[in-house]
Each structure stands twice: as C-alpha cells, then as structure tokens.
Write a new protein. Structure first.
Length: 344
C-alpha cells in the first residue's frame, strides 16, 4: 500500500502540470468567450486527458518494468510496450470524447466521426504518445543507469573474489600436508610417490591456469577434484570417499572457476576426517544445478568460520546469473547447490 501511494505521488506531478497548461490554452486561446462554466469545462476536460493519459502511462511503464527488463528483454519491452500503450491511449481518448459528447454537449455519438473531431483526437493522440514516450524513456534511463552501476560493482567484486579464490586454493596447509605425505611415500613406495608428485604438479598447474579464467567447464573441475581427492586419500586413506554422479550433458556446462575446490577446502577444514570418522562426499547433477554434499563430522575444537569462501562463490556467481547459490545445513549433512552456467 505504501509503495502504491509513493508511486501515485511521483506520477501526479506531470498530470497536474499538464492540466494547468492545457486548461490555460483552452481558456485563453481556443475559447472566444470566458465564463465560469467554460472555465470549469476546460479544467475538467484537461484534467481528464492529463490524468487519464499521463498518470495511466506512468503506471503502465511501471507495470511493464516488473515483467520485462529493459536490459535483458529490450526488444519485447519495446514491442509489447508500444502495442499496450497505443491501445490504452485510444481507449482513453475515445472514452473522454464520448463523455464530452454525451454529458457535456448532449449530442449523438455520430459526432465522433466528424472530420473536426477525428483531427482533434489525432492531435491529442500524438501529444499523448509524446508524453507516454517520455515516461518509457525515463524508465529506460533509470534501468540503464542502475545496470551500469551494478556492472561496475560486480566487476570490482569479481576481481576481489578471484584474488580471494586464488589465495584459498594455494592454502599453505594443503601444500604442507602434501609435502609431509610425499616425504613418507618416497621411502615406502617410489612409484606411488612419483604419481603423487605428478598429480600435485597438475593441481597447481590447473590453479595457475584458472587464475585468469572466470568460468570453467564442469568436466575440467571434476577432473581437478579427482586429483585433489587422490592426494587427500594418500594422507587419509579410507577416511574419505568421493562419489560422482553427474550427467554427461552437464559436464559441458560451466561453473565459477575453482568453485568446487573452495567447497572441498571447506569440507576438509571443518570436519574431523579419519578412518574412524570417514567423510563421504557426493557430487551430482540435478535440474540446473551441480550439487556437492557431505556428511558432518565436527571437530572437537570447533573451527571458526568466516564464510569467506561461500561469500566468494555467491559474489562471483552473481556476475553471471540471477540464480542463487543454495546452501542447506542440517545436523547430519552440508549441501551446496551451484547453478549451472550455459553462457559466456
């Protein structure tokens, strides 16, 4: 209700101004005699046209803005807006003219078809169309300005998020643990240690390659995660299980670069993981999402979460899609649903 009142006040200014202008023109330019009755009729008719056309056009622009975005649906917004606007203008002009003919002039409706009446209504139509165009142009400029500001904000957020993502992926704890595992492997299994070194190199090569990329294929991210889990299993052995059930058609779609890695870093950061307290991680596709879920094994010493990683993902996703990142946190499981990105 409050928003309706605010919109009404906002749109009242132009109709009131037009009523004053057209009333003065009608009284002192188009009327040969000025009487209280003619002044009243001039103000009444001017107000009917001004409020019916001006206020209505403003409301129509506002309603259309809710359903058709100027930036994303420009063509449909213009075409549908033009058709609706023309029909609306004709209805108001003819309705007001019928009111004048029947109630003020007490004439037959055949007067609508007189040449002078038609030319008068054509003139009113073009004046009204100009006023309506003003409202729609104002609406477009508002959207365009907001879009430019939002684009700049998102660019700043994206740059900052990419930096945070890179820092997160080069976590020194992961590198330290990997080196510890490697030192043990070298003595026990030289062949496995060589594979370990190869996969570790592949992981950091991928990280460096992705630092300049905003989006990555799901297939590439899954391959990266499998290498990451391989290193973790060397250290934790049977303490971690990864199940991947992603449709092949989903693998050609995209996600934020290194988004899965951030989620996996969080899993290993916030859970106690060992053969006695195993962690099971499921990656699956569902509708337009790729989903990462895991059981929860809380650490005895609770790790304080600043949620930077998840906020990082949300901020970067907002740059490419209006779909939300969905987070579901229950007593037994933690689930993150990432929207699939098909463009760019």
């Amino acid at each position: 209700m409050k928003s309706v009142i605010i919109d009404t006040i906002k749109y009242l200014r132009t109709p009131i101004l037009l009523t004053i202008i057209f009333s003065l023109l009608s009284i002192f330019v188009f009327n040969t005699t000025v009487t209280p009755l003619t002044v009243f009729y001039c103000i009444l008719i001017s107000a009917m046209y001004s409020f019916g056309l001006g206020l209505g056009s403003g409301y129509l622009a506002g309603i259309l803005d809710k359903y058709y975005n100027w930036i994303e649906d420009t063509r449909r917004r213009v075409i549908i807006g033009s058709i609706i606007n023309i029909v609306y203008l004709l209805i108001i002009i003819i309705s007001v003219d019928i009111f004048i003919i029947k109630l003020l002039e007490h004439r037959d409706l055949n007067a609508l078809l007189s040449a002078s009446r038609i030319w008068k209504n054509v003139l009113i139509f073009f004046i009204s169309a100009a006023i309506s165009t003003f409202y729609h142009a104002k609406s477009f400029m508002t959207y365009w300005k907001a879009s430019v500001i939002r684009q700049k904000e998102l660019e700043k957020e994206n740059i900052a998020s990419q930096y945070e993502a890179l820092k997160s992926q080069t976590d020194p704890h992961f590198f330290f643990n990997s080196l510890n595992s490697l030192s043990s492997l070298i003595e026990e299994d030289k062949e496995l240690s060589q594979k370990f070194i190869k996969e570790l190199a592949n992981i950091y090569r991928y990280i460096l390659e992705q630092k300049d990329n905003e989006l990555s294929l799901i297939s590439d991210e899954l391959t990266f995660i499998e290498k990451y889990i391989f290193l973790q299993k060397i250290r934790i052995e049977n303490g971690v299980t990864l199940n991947v059930n992603v449709d092949n058609n989903v693998k050609n779609k995209k996600t934020i670069s290194l988004a899965l890695q951030i989620l996996f870093e969080n899993i290993f950061k916030h859970n106690s993981i060992s053969e006695d307290t195993p962690i099971v991680i499921n990656i699956k596709s569902e509708a337009d999402y790729i989903i990462v879920e895991n059981n929860i094994n809380p650490k005895r010493t609770k790790t304080i979460s600043n949620k930077i990683g998840l906020e990082n993902i949300k901020a970067r996703y907002s740059f490419f899609t209006d779909e939300d990142v969905i987070i579901e946190n229950t007593k037994d499981s933690f689930t993150v649903k990432l929207p699939l990105i098909t463009s760019n």
